[in-house]
Design a protein. Sequence first.
Lengths: 317, 344
Amino acid sequence: MTAIITAPDHEVPATTELIAPKISRYKRMFPTVGVLLSWMFLLTLTFMAVFADYLPFIRSTQTVVKASGRSGVRFGFGPGFTAWFGTDTLGKDVFAKCIYGARVTLFVGVLATIIGLTIGGILGLAAGYFRGWVDRVVSILTDCLLALPPLLLAIILVFRLDDLKAKWSWISWLDRRWQITLTLGILAIAPLARIVRAQTLSLREREFVLAARSLGAKNGRIVVREILPNLIPTMMTVAFTGLGILIAAEGALAFLGLSVEIPTPTWGKLIDDNKNKIDVAWWAEIFPSLMLFLTVLAFSVIGDRLSRRFDIREAGV
Amino acid sequence: MAGTGKAHLRNGEALLRVEDLVVQFPVGRTGLVVNAVSGISLDVLKGETLGLVGESGCGKSTTGRAIMQLPRPNSGSVQFEGKELTAMAGDEMREARTRMQMIFQDPVSSLNPRRKVRDIVMEPLTIWDRGTKADRSKLVDRVLEEVGIDPQRASESQPHQFSGGQCQRISIARSLVLDPSLIICDEPVSALDVSVQAQVLNLLEDLKARYGLTMIFIAHDLAVVKNISDRVAVMYLGKICEVARSDDLYHEPAHHYTNVLLQSIPVPDPDVAVQRRAIEGEPPSPVLPPSGCRFHTRCPAAAARCSAEEPQLREIGDGHFVACHYPVHGGEAPVTVRSSGTAA
C-alpha cells in the first residue's frame, strides 16, 4: 500500500518538468497574436486588391453610390451598411477606393524593395567582400545618395522622368506608377547597400570562409555558398521594415501631388484629396490613413518578428 | 631568444620546408608594421607531427596560415612536396592547397551555420568535382562514421545542433575527404572541455596512425602538445626559441622561456608547494620588438650580450636546438664575430 501512495509523489514533479519545455517550445514556434493579425491583414488586403474586380462587395471606383433614393454625392453616406467606409465628395465608395488604392501602393512598395534589395545587395556584397577600390567607389556612391534629402531627390527624379518620358519614345511605358517605383527603389539602394556591406565585412573574416578558401573554393562560390545564405535573414528583416517605410514614402509623394495619373486611386492621393474636408466627413480622410497606418505597422511587426526569429537561431549557434 | 638560423633543418626529403618565413601586418596607415612572424624556419618530415607552442600573439596561428598562403607571407620560402608555394598563383595555388588542410580553433565559427553538416563535409569534393555522386556520398558517409558522426543525422542537421566536440569532428572529417598529406591543426582543442579534448586528441592520433598523416599541431597548452607531437618548436614573439623532440623538451628544457612555460603548468596536487617563478610583465609589442634576443626583457638569465646580439639556433644535444646565449643547460654560446645579430 505504501508503495502505491508514494508513487504519485514522485510523478507529479516529473510531469510538470516534462510539460514545461513543451510549452516554451510551442510558444517559440507559434507566432504572437500581433504577428498573426499582421499576416492576416496583409494577406486579406493583397487578396482583395488582386481580385477586386471579381469580388461582389467591392464597387467600382467610378460609379456613384446610390441607395434608397439617395445619392452619395458630397459625402452623402457616412460609414455604414451601404458604403462601409462612407462616400467621398463625388459620391464614390471610399472602401472601394481604399482597396484599389492598395494595388498601386503594394505594387510600388514591393517592387521598389526588390529593386533596392537587388542593386543594394549586389553593391554591398561586392564592397564588403572585395574591399579595396570597389569598397571606396560603393561607399562614396552610397554616402552621396544618403547625403541628399530623400524627398527632394524623389521630387526631382519624378519630374525629370516626366520630361524624359516626353522626350524619348522608348520609355513611353514608364508611367507614373513605374516612375515612383524606380525613384523609391533608387532611394532604397543606399541604406541596404550599407547594411549588406557591414554584414559581409564581418562574415568574410569568419573561419568558415577561410576554410572554404583553403578547400580551393573560388570567390564566386564563396560569395554564393558561404556568405549569401548568412545575409538572407538580415536582408529579409530589413526588406520587411523597409517596405513599410517605402509605402509611407509613396503616401508622402502622393500628398505632395506626385502620384499616379488621375483616375487611379492610391492611399496617399485619397489622404491628400480629403485633407480639408475632415470636419465635414472624417471618414474619407481617416479610413485611407488607417489603411496606410495598419499596413506599415503590419510590415514592421513582421520584420521585427523575423529579426528576432533569426536571432534565436544565431543564439543557438 | 629570438632564434633565427636554420641549424635545426634536417637534410633530405621533408614534406614541408619553411625557410625564413616573415609575415607583417600594417598598422592602419601609420606606416608601422606588426612583426607577427620574423624569419622562422621549420621542416616536417612525412608522418611526423610538429608541435608549435607559445603564448597568445606569438605568431603560431599566423605561421600556420602563412604556410597555407592565407595570407601570403611577406618573404621567405615554403616548399611543400618539393614545390615552392610562394611562387604559385591562381589555379595552381588552389590545387596545391587541397594537399594540405587546416582545422581551426573555433569549431562553431569554422562551419557555415546555414548549411547542412553533410553538405559541409561534401563541399571539398563538390568543389573539385571528384568522382560520381554516389562515390562522393559513400566517401562522405565513411569519413563521417570514422570521426564518430552519424551520417543520417548529419544530412538533416545544421552545425548548431551539434556540440563543440562534434563540430570539431565534423571539421576533421571535412579536412580528411580530400585525402591531404599535411594537416595544420590551429589550436583544435583549445575551445573544448577537457574531457572532449581528450576524445578529439585520441581521434586525431587514431587518424594519424591509420592514414599516415603529417601534422602541424599549434597550441598554447604544453600538455596537449606533448602527447601528440614528435617534435616541438617553441615560439616567442615571432621567433623560434627551441626545437627538440617532445620528450627532450619536456624533460630538459634548455631555453629559459620554455623552462618558465613548463613551470607554469599547474600541478593538480594541493600538497605540492608552489615554487615556480612567475614570468614578469607582458610580452613586448611586436610592432617594436626588442633588440637582440627578443626574450631578454623578461628573461631571468638576461645579460648584456642578450640585448646586443641575437642568438642563433644551435644544437646542444641530439636533435635538440636552442636559440639562447646562456641556456639552462648545454653551455654558453660561442661568441660570434658579428655582434649585431643576423636579423638586421
